[in-house]
Design a protein around this ligand. Structure first.
Ligand SMILES: [Zn+2]
Ligand SMILES: [Zn+2]
Length: 724
């Protein structure tokens, strides 16, 4: 949420933003650009009376001033309620002093140019930029969901007596969205010198004629600038020095202390003055702490700065009510006046006005308007928007008609651009959503090992490539790795690099299953050997002489690098150990089944009395056992062929089988033919790893291919599974 103000023209709940249109619980962060009431005054209501649980950020001076200002605003509201009796419902005071304090305690600080990353899934990141306007005013450059938004808040491009001009977001690419104030629409300010001359001239004319001059101001912000101007003018015009200037604000001294504290954030001019003395300790302006207008010594000409700036209530309104009917007096509006306020109303010079008590009285005093509100004018705003160069523009903070004129003027300018380069411009009314469509960006950075050139096996070249700089993959190269998407940015890394380049950590889960097995280890060895190839076997003597245990000790069978079967450690149990992985899990499952099968077959194995087939590198030639196993496999081949072809005759000879395959003569087109004949021979070379030589002889290539396929499948299926 950006800013959290009130409408200065309405009191209580009526002045709140349409909070019921948002779900406060969903708001992660609230950024407040500056301390003006239209940007900050509903903050305590939002933090204390809704379900908002997010974080709040603003600059140091904004936080310092907000504490003062909102306290004052609260007093004013309570006072008004007490005096007018109009607002009798307790609910309509937006927050209590205690709630204000609790809210202020939650505010976190951000410096200009400091980037804050909240580590949210949306990737929300933001930094503040100087916005000019008032002390501590900030623009926010926000990155969210892979897109960027610049929100200007209120800003000014003119350096004045104490503030710097707003800065352009220099180090960033153009934002996708610019949310920009449009207070002055297409109006162009008169030059500063002209406005100052008119301001001081009007005041001088009024007080020289014996009148009182009221300058309604917002207690903090532009008031300080006007005080600096007038104090300087009085200094330069000694004949005016007998006429008092009052700054009627309860906060006057505290406000000026805040201004002194943050002078380092102001422009060079004020900082150089700081070296000589306090530029905010004025020689011709008196702070008027007592706001009691009735005891105020109101004889002869005077100049009074009083808040609030739009004459809604308070001291400025009391003085206005008292002075408005005297033609000698004057009221000088120096800031922006919002609709529904008296300041705005008197600018159209009505003949009569209504006092706070509801009495009608003639408006005879002089009313003049000189804008010192530090908002950009049309030219400054247009130049800023042009240099920021956003893809989408959203106009906010202005009256509808003026905003419409600004939109029209901007469109006219952008019409010179080709259509696809023109930014969109929206000026949404309250409660109307702006929908912007972005195409999704699809890119991922290749990082770590994968970004290096593949290592070469040749030693010399490895040396050479180590000496050279790392070579990146070229365009068109394929990479294989893990895609990690976090906060809208993706990268591809090698599994080993996960912990270096991503917050992910790699772990493994080891599993161990105890399977009942009371048979002999050699039985287990035989079953395992038939199922898997290249089993590594290690043996240890068992620590305790377990009664009735195998004399083989503890035997560990390693199937591939992933799964182990341990037998002989605990009586009656074989243990399967593996690191969980899709392959490891499947192998472990099959091993458990195999061990249970070996257990149930143990008795029959003992009966056949097959000698154990120790796995060894040297195949034992002429081993009868091998021969019988080979014959078993050959019979399987015969069976498979018989299932597919009409007639198959088999002859066996040691490790070799010959199969004569005949196709049914009747199936063949030629009656004279005896049918096709195909001869296949299978010769096992090493029964332990199941390798066999297969030859097929046939006139018909198609039949030969069929027979060869069938034979090879059966041979492969009966061979133990290789684990590499
Ligand atoms: Zn403002
Ligand atoms: Zn504003």
């Amino acid at each position: 949420m950006l800013d959290c103000g009130i409408h200065p023209g309405y009191d209580g709940i009526a002045g709140l933003p349409f909070f019921d249109r948002v779900d406060p619980e969903q708001v992660d962060v609230l950024l407040v650009t500056h301390f003006h009431l239209d940007h900050a005054a509903s903050l305590p209501y939002f933090t204390e009376r809704t379900k908002f649980k997010g974080r709040i950020f603003m600059t140091h001076p904004t936080k310092a001033v907000i504490r003062l200002l909102l306290g004052d605003y609260l007093r004013l509201m309570t006072m008004k309620k007490g005096a007018g009796g109009e607002l009798s419902q307790d609910d309509d005071v937006l927050y209590t002093e205690a709630e204000l304090q609790s809210c202020v305690d939650k505010i976190e600080l951000i410096d200009y140019h400091q980037t804050i990353d909240l580590n949210l899934p949306s990737g929300l990141k933001f930094h503040a930029l100087n916005a000019g306007h008032v002390l501590g005013a900030a623009m926010f450059f926000i990155e969210i969901g892979g897109r960027s938004v610049l929100y200007t808040g209120d800003y000014s491009m003119e350096e004045d007596r104490h503030l710097m001009a707003a800065e352009l977001p220099r180090y960033h690419t153009s934002p996708d969205v610019l949310i920009v104030e449009s207070t002055y629409g297409v109006q162009v300010h008169a030059s500063r010198a002209e406005r100052e001359a008119r301001f001081t001239g009007t005041i001088e004319r009024i007080v020289s004629g014996g009148g009182r001059c009221l300058i309604p101001v917002f207690a903090l912000g532009r008031a300080q600038e006007l005080l600096l101007i007038l104090d300087e003018y009085w200094k330069d015009h000694p004949h005016l020095q007998s006429i008092p200037i009052y700054y009627a604000s309860k906060m006057a001294s505290r406000a000026l202390r805040v201004y002194q504290t943050y002078a380092n954030m102001m422009n060079a001019r004020i900082r150089s003055q700081m070296d000589l003395g306090n530029p905010f300790s004025f020689s011709h302006i008196r702070n008027l702490k007592s706001i009691d207008v009735n005891t105020f010594d109101d004889r002869g000409p005077s100049v009074v700065f009083a808040s609030p700036g739009m004459l809604q209530s308070g001291v400025s309104r009391q003085l206005f009510d008292r002075w408005a009917s005297d033609p000698k007096n004057g009221c000088l509006i120096a800031g922006y006046a919002v609709e529904h306020t008296l300041a705005k109303e008197i600018m159209s010079q009505p003949k009569e006005v209504v006092t706070m008590e509801g009495r009608r009285q003639p408006l005879n005093c002089l009313v003049d308007y000189v804008s010192f509100s530090a908002h950009v004018d049309f030219v400054q705003n247009r130049d800023f928007i042009t240099s920021v160069n956003p893809t989408n523009i959203i106009l906010v903070h202005g009256a509808k008609e003026e905003m419409g004129r600004l939109k029209g003027a901007l469109m006219l300018q952008y019409n010179k651009l080709p259509e696809n380069k023109r930014p969109t411009i929206a000026m949404p009314p309250n409660e109307v959503e702006v929908k912007l469509i972005f195409t999704r960006r699809r890119s991922a950075k290749v990082m770590g090992k994968l970004a290096e050139s593949p290592a070469d096996d040749n030693d010399d070249q490895v040396e050479e490539s180590k000496a050279k700089a790392v070579v990146e993959p070229r365009e068109g190269d394929a990479v294989r790795g893990i895609l990690v998407t976090q906060q809208n940015s993706s990268k591809i890394v090698a599994p080993e690099d996960l912990s270096t380049y991503t917050p992910l950590r790699v772990g493994s889960v080891s599993s161990r299953l105890h399977v009942p097995f009371v048979g002999k280890i050699e039985t287990l060895r035989m079953f395992l050997g038939e199922m898997f190839r290249d089993i590594e076997e290690t043996r240890e003597d068992s620590e305790a002489d377990v009664d009735g245990a195998d004399d083989e000790g503890v035997v560990t069978f390693s199937i591939g690098s992933q799964v182990k079967v341990i037998a002989g450690k605990t009586k009656g149990v074989a243990t399967v150990e593996w690191d969980c992985s899709p392959v490891g899990d499947v192998i472990a499952d099959s091993l458990v089944a195999l061990i249970m099968h070996a257990q149930s077959s143990a008795a029959s194995i003992r009966l056949t009395g097959r000698p154990c087939r120790h796995r060894s590198k040297k195949a034992r030639e002429g081993d009868l056992e091998n021969q019988s196993t080979a014959e078993e496999h050959l019979r399987a081949v015969h069976q498979a062929l018989s299932d597919q072809f009409l007639s198959v005759e088999a002859t066996y000879e040691a490790m070799k089988g010959t199969f004569e395959v005949k196709l049914d003569a009747n199936d063949n087109a030629s009656e004279e033919s005896n049918g096709l004949v195909c001869t296949a021979t299978v010769e096992f070379e090493n029964i332990l790893d199941g390798t066999a030589k297969v030859t097929v002889e046939c006139e018909d290539e198609k039949l030969a291919a069929n027979v060869r396929g069938c034979v090879q499948n059966v041979v492969a299926a009966s061979a133990p599974i290789a684990m590499d």
